[in-house]
Design a protein around this ligand. Structure first.
Ligand SMILES: Nc1nc2c(c(=O)[nH]1)N[C@H]1C(S)=C(S)[C@@H](COP(=O)(O)OP(=O)(O)OC[C@H]3O[C@@H](n4cnc5c(=O)[nH]c(N)nc54)[C@H](O)[C@@H]3O)O[C@H]1N2
Ligand SMILES: Nc1nc2c(c(=O)[nH]1)N[C@H]1C(S)=C(S)[C@@H](COP(=O)(O)OP(=O)(O)OC[C@H]3O[C@@H](n4cnc5c(=O)[nH]c(N)nc54)[C@H](O)[C@@H]3O)O[C@H]1N2
Ligand code: SF4
Ligand SMILES: [Mo]
Length: 723
């Protein structure tokens, strides 16, 4: 029995649930991870990633010292040759190059990705660096590829995009919809609360998803719509609610606007019409509408199946319309809940990692707000919103952007149409990546700045229900790595010197708590949260304007940030790439339980042994038509590229649609996807790509049998059951 040297309470570095964990440390090594039973939000539960997936912290591949590329002349896509450098040399090079680019091409020639993996404090310092010293608002992060469709829809209709209700309310739900969220695999601990609501409290669950995901096993009703046909289903539900007068006239009168205009646009969206478009029987649509509308309290939870679409904004608006007409928002057990993905994607946005806003969504183009930040920091700031992540990629290609700073992200795995993204980044004059590993984007960089991981630094993360929680150092940094905020502060001081300026609140931080205190000063919504309170209470839900305020587990009790909730007319239509004679199948991409995004972290953990290889999930009918069985190798091709991987026959996939996780560099789904975007949200469509499938031979030199447990030849499997 090992006796730990210490047990450190911290927050999981993977998903937005924000599970509290105890890291058990012996000889500066995390040998076990457990969860406190008495602490929200997870009350003792952890999923496989939290419990077994944090060993990447000590992986030999961690970057231990700054690296400078020596074979620049060969181009960014040549395999990198690095030399080790001192912090002074690496940071001076970054400062020189970034300042040079602003002088030669203007401030907006700099673009940057903030990090949904780094802390609030890290991201605050980063956006302050970009805005105050680079003079541009060109900062964005993976939220653009994620909940941008949800955010845009929610902003238009209610003026706020955060999840409106808390995790704690989930167990007591009466009825709820889960749509476009494979909750069991992507928010596993939340899925347990949702399943408990069904099993223990008899809550009614409606799952609306083209794939037979695990949540369907708990559903009262499962609507299996054709991919991309959500608007038709939700509008037809609204049609039913209106025709059967199931709506809430008081809520509509007191809290909303535009209902009558909306009604006029709804006439043609009958359930029978929706059945033709979506394949969901009209009667099931009516039943779903009745369950949702008749419940005293009903909530909606959604994920990427709604947001990541060329009509992600419309998908969201049509969900919001349902909640507004039934009055299912603003009370416990109701709400509009986009489940946030990354551990700190909520926090990165809250800390100003977006092109149009400073902390807590205070707009850069609002003179009063800008004045506050100019006065605090002591430097003039740009009033024009910056480029979004997807626009940055194009701007690199057209050479409007010449230098890029990537903090803890991996666009070379996560952006759509990878070949285009590669060509774009190849054109940069200077690329710096600050990460704990050299990921696929780092391989193209000029400089790598080694950051410490979550287990080696202090700070705060904000989870999906807006709960600010502490991240605490448990083990010393590997090699010469430094905390993100510390590296960025050092760089900030060097750029100040080069520009001959000194900010009034500059970059002299010695502890993240000082950064949080500055954030608090400029952000009314955070004023009631400080480190001492987080120590006492474990976590606080923002908005929290003062120390005697309890925090806000559910939003919009009195009114919406935009005043009244607005009904929006939505049209059914799609810009998605549709299957045709040449590319007859639809490719849907997404996640599996055991891996994280580009698998930079999980691929360097024990989880890699469980799930070492990409799979192409295909329905047994499609497999039969193509003469395939589980374990066969196929080439999957779109108009943009080809990947080679093995087939897994499963009843999860609907006929005509295959599913490939985007985690694996050797069969990168984003070589196939298309960079066409939703015009309002600028989000790409990761769920619809036209592809063809051809049987092929096993790649030469493959280590035979290393992942046979995934591919039980010929079997029809449920991938959740793979161990
Ligand atoms: N294990 C693991 N967990 C993760 C992550 C990870 O990489 N690995 N990433 C995190 C991040 S960043 C995020 S954003 C979340 C994402 O969490 P999810 O949104 O749950 O993740 P996806 O795998 O993209 O699943 C999207 C769901 O949408 C469904 N879908 C596909 N097409 C359609 C459609 O047309 N309409 C509807 N309604 N549904 C559709 C898919 O069948 C799937 O069930 O997960 C987070 N959690
Ligand atoms: N085909 C397809 N593509 C997708 C999606 C999809 O569903 N399908 N989903 C999209 C979505 S929702 C998202 S959110 C994006 C995710 O895309 P990204 O955010 O680009 O992906 P990650 O792999 O999570 O990148 C996190 C990086 O942070 C590093 N890191 C971890 N901890 C730290 C730290 O403390 N400090 C620093 N500096 N670095 C750290 C990791 O090593 C890793 O390199 O992918 C998008 N792309
Ligand atoms: S559910 Fe999310 S936060 Fe909790 S242990 Fe799993 S990955 Fe970590
Ligand atoms: Mo995400």
């Amino acid at each position: 029995m090992i006796v730990p040297d210490r047990i450190v309470r911290t927050t999981c570095p993977y998903c937005g649930v924000g599970c509290q964990m105890h890291l058990k440390v012996k000889d500066e090594f995390i040998y076990a991870v457990e969860a406190p039973f008495d602490a929200a939000p997870n009350y003792g539960m952890l999923c496989v990633k939290g419990r077994f997936g944090t060993d990447y912290v000590k992986h030999p591949g961690r970057v231990r010292t700054p690296l400078i590329r020596v074979n620049r002349a060969e181009g960014r896509s040549a395999p990198p040759v690095w030399r080790e450098a001192s912090w002074d040399e690496a940071l001076d090079l970054c400062a020189d190059e970034l300042v040079r680019v602003t002088r030669e091409y203007g401030n907006d020639a700099i673009a940057s990705f903030a990090s949904a993996k780094a802390t609030n404090e890290d991201n605050y310092v980063f956006q302050k660096f970009i805005r105050s010293l680079m003079g541009t608002n060109n900062i964005d992060h993976c939220a653009r590829l994620c909940h941008a469709g949800s955010v845009t829809g929610l902003q238009l209709s209610i003026g706020s995009s955060a999840m409106s209700n808390s995790i704690a309310e989930m167990e007591n739900l009466e009825a709820f919809i889960v749509t476009g969220s494979n909750t069991t695999e992507t928010h596993p601990v939340i899925s347990n609360f949702l399943k408990r609501a069904v099993r223990q409290n008899g809550a009614k669950l409606i799952v609306i998803d083209p794939r037979r995901i695990d949540m369907t096993n708990f559903a009262t009703l499962w609507l299996r719509q054709n991919p991309g046909s959500d608007v038709a289903v939700f509008q037809a539900m609204a049609h039913t609610i209106v025709k059967e007068e199931l709506y809430d006239p008081n809520f509509i009168a007191q809290r909303t606007e535009g209902f009558n205009e909306y009604l006029e646009t709804l006439e043609s969206f009958t359930p029978e019409w929706a059945e033709e478009v979506s394949g969901v029987p009209a009667e099931s649509i009516r039943e779903a509408a009745r369950i949702y509308a008749n419940a005293g309290r009903a909530a909606i939870y959604w994920g990427m199946g709604i947001s990541q679409s060329t009509h992600g904004t419309d998908n969201t608006l049509s969900l919001v319309n349902l909640a507004l007409m039934c009055g299912h928002v603003g009370r416990a057990g109701t709400g509009l809940n986009p489940l946030r993905g990354q551990n700190n994607v909520q926090g990165c946005s809250d800390s100003g990692g977006l092109p149009n806003v400073y902390t807590a969504y205070q707009r850069v183009d609002d003179p009063a707000v800008r004045d506050l930040f100019q006065t605090t920091w002591g430097v003039p700031l740009s009033p024009s919103p910056g480029l979004t992540a997807t626009e940055m990629c194009d701007a690199c290609y057209t050479e409007e952007v010449r230098a890029m700073f990537v903090l803890g992200e991996n666009p070379m795995m996560s952006e759509p149409n990878q070949t285009h993204a590669r060509h774009a980044l190849e054109k940069l004059q200077f690329l710096v990546c600050q990460d704990i590993f050299i990921n696929e984007t780092g391989e193209m960089a000029d400089v790598i700045l080694p950051a410490t991981s979550f287990a080696e630094k202090d700070g705060t993360f904000t989870n999906t229900d807006r709960r600010v929680q502490r991240c605490r150092a448990a083990v010393p940094p590997v090699g010469n790595s430094r905390a993100d905020w510390d590296i960025l502060s050092d760089l900030g001081r060097r750029v100040e010197a080069r520009r001959g300026i000194k900010l009034s609140a500059g970059f002299d931080y010695t502890h993240p708590e000082q950064i949080w205190e500055e954030m608090r000063r400029v952000t009314p919504d955070f004023r009631g949260i400080d480190y001492a309170r987080l120590e006492r209470e474990g976590g606080v839900h923002w908005p929290c304007p003062s120390f005697d305020h309890p925090g806000t587990p559910f939003l919009f009790a009195e009114e919406f940030p935009r005043g009244r909730g607005k009904f929006w007319a939505v049209d059914y239509g799609t810009e998605s790439e549709q299957p045709d004679a040449e590319y007859p199948y639809n490719l849907s991409t997404g996640r599996v339980l055991y891996h994280w995004s580009g698998s930079t972290m999980t691929g360097r953990s024990r989880l890699e042994d469980v799930y070492p290889e990409a799979v192409c999930e295909i329905s047994p009918d499609d497999a039969a038509a193509l003469g395939l069985v589980t374990g066969d190798w196929v080439n999957v091709s779109s108009r943009r590229g080809t990947i080679t991987l093995r087939v897994l026959m499963t009843g999860r996939s609907p006929a005509g649609t295959i599913f490939v996780p985007f985690h694996f560099a050797e069969a990168a789904a984003n070589l196939l996807t298309l960079d066409r975007i939703d015009e309002r949200a600028k989000i790409p469509d990761y769920k619809n790509t036209a592809v063809k499938i051809e049987k092929t031979d096993a790649p030469v030199g493959l280590d035979e049998g290393y992942s046979d447990h995934l591919f039980d030849r010929g079997a029809i499997k449920d991938p959740v059951q793979i161990h």
